[in-house]
Design a protein around this ligand. Structure first.
Ligand code: HEM
Length: 349
């Protein structure tokens, strides 16, 4: 979140914070570079390209400059990951020197990169792990995990602001559950059943990856009378499926109660609800992603009441979407937080 001159908070949900937590780095320049890379790569994946229409014309990506653009991003990402790994190696050597190579309490300061380096040192997973493998894992996890979770929090909070009835019900649940404890505790999150439904409804209307990941058809198929030749690139529109009136009553309405006592889950076996995809390429970060989103939202609505700046009425909150590989808000979400004292409930502003 960042503050604006108008005294409200802009929820440009912070990819940089996630980056710092995982890589243990503090240099803002690198955070900024990482955030820019995530945005550029996401946009590059989604951008319309003439070469997609003529895949047999292999020279087109070079001619249009797309290949050069990808190469530049690849080099920038590689350089950044190289440096992250180098810094971690230097720190690890320092730690080993300090405790005479005995291991000591090094686990206390370990992050994802350390864990992958440990795994590499101890011989891998039955096969050796290369530095390129480590770079690939780091970049994929953070590319796939940050943008998606961020967008889910942003859209779900937007929907709650636009629907004060839902906000009130979710807030009552969180504040009842954590009452006078003053903090949202991870152990109690499973009790927030209504918030679960709110998140599901947020993901139905705003799946952060609206077209999932592209598939290639392995053999010729016929679907609804259309012939799909082998090797066709197939895109699945999870966004449209989530708003299809054949499967959802009042599909455009934000109504979390529709998920109460429903058998729909995130496993991708019921195709009307596939915000995490389905099949072999289903998101491997579902549990982590949902927990992350839930703890962020629970904290935001436990500690604060929210209102729109300039006396804007909740129902007129602009929800225009901007489509890329992920769906972002066209206009960032600017809100005024009113701090809420959960221990002795009284609005303190
Ligand atoms: C609310 C949060 C998230 C949503 C909505 C989400 C959604 C998705 C979707 C739709 C896909 C493509 C699946 C398909 O095409 O069938 C995907 C892939 C992926 N997700 Fe997530 N994701 C989230 C969080 C995370 C997190 C936190 C991580 C990692 C820590 C993660 C890691 C991945 C990876 C590595 C892939 C690529 C899998 C592959 O290439 O096969 N995701 N995610």
């Amino acid at each position: 979140m960042s503050s604006t001159s108008a005294g409200c908070w802009r929820l440009s949900m912070n990819l940089a914070t996630t980056f710092r937590a995982a890589f243990g780095m503090e240099k803002e320049v690198k955070e900024a570079l990482f955030v820019k890379l995530v945005t550029d790569v996401t946009d590059a994946v989604a951008a319309f390209r003439v070469s997609d229409l003529y895949p047999s014309l292999k020279f087109l990506p070079s001619l249009t400059g797309y290949r050069a653009h990808l190469t530049r991003m690849h080099l920038a990402a590689d350089e950044m990951l190289e440096e992250i790994i180098r810094e971690h190696k230097v720190k690890r050597e320092g730690r080993k020197d300090l405790d005479g190579g005995g291991g000591g309490d090094q686990h206390q300061t370990e992050d994802l990169v350390d864990i992958l380096l440990n795994l590499q040192e101890s011989g891998g997973l039955g096969y050796p792990i290369t530095i390129n493998d480590i770079k690939g894992v780091i970049f994929e996890v953070f590319l796939a995990g940050t943008e998606t979770s961020t967008r889910t929090v942003e859209w779900t909070l937007s929907e709650m602001i636009k629907n004060p009835r839902v906000m009130k019900k979710a807030q009552e649940e969180v504040r009842r559950t954590f009452g006078g404890e003053g903090v949202v505790k991870e152990e109690g999150l499973h009790e927030l059943k209504y918030l679960d439904c709110v998140i599901q409804e947020g993901l139905r209307l705003h799946p952060p990856l609206p077209l999932l990941l592209p598939r290639e058809c392995r053999e010729r198929e016929e679907i609804c009378g259309y012939e799909i030749p082998a090797k066709t690139k197939v895109l699945i529109n999870a966004w449209a499926i989530g708003r299809d009136s054949r499967y959802w009553t009042e599909p455009d309405k934000f109504y979390p109660e529709r998920f109460m006592d429903s058998s729909l889950d995130y496993k991708g076996t019921k195709f009307e609800f596939i915000p995490f995809g389905a099949g072999r390429r289903i998101c491997p970060g579902i549990s982590f992603g949902v927990a992350l989103v839930k703890i962020m939202l629970a904290n935001l609505i436990y500690h604060f009441d929210w209102k729109l700046p300039g006396g804007t009425e909740p129902e007129s909150l602009d929800m225009t979407e901007q489509f890329s590989a992920s769906v972002r808000r066209k206009h960032s979400l600017s809100l005024i937080p009113i701090s809420y004292d959960a221990i002795s409930p009284r609005k303190t502003n």
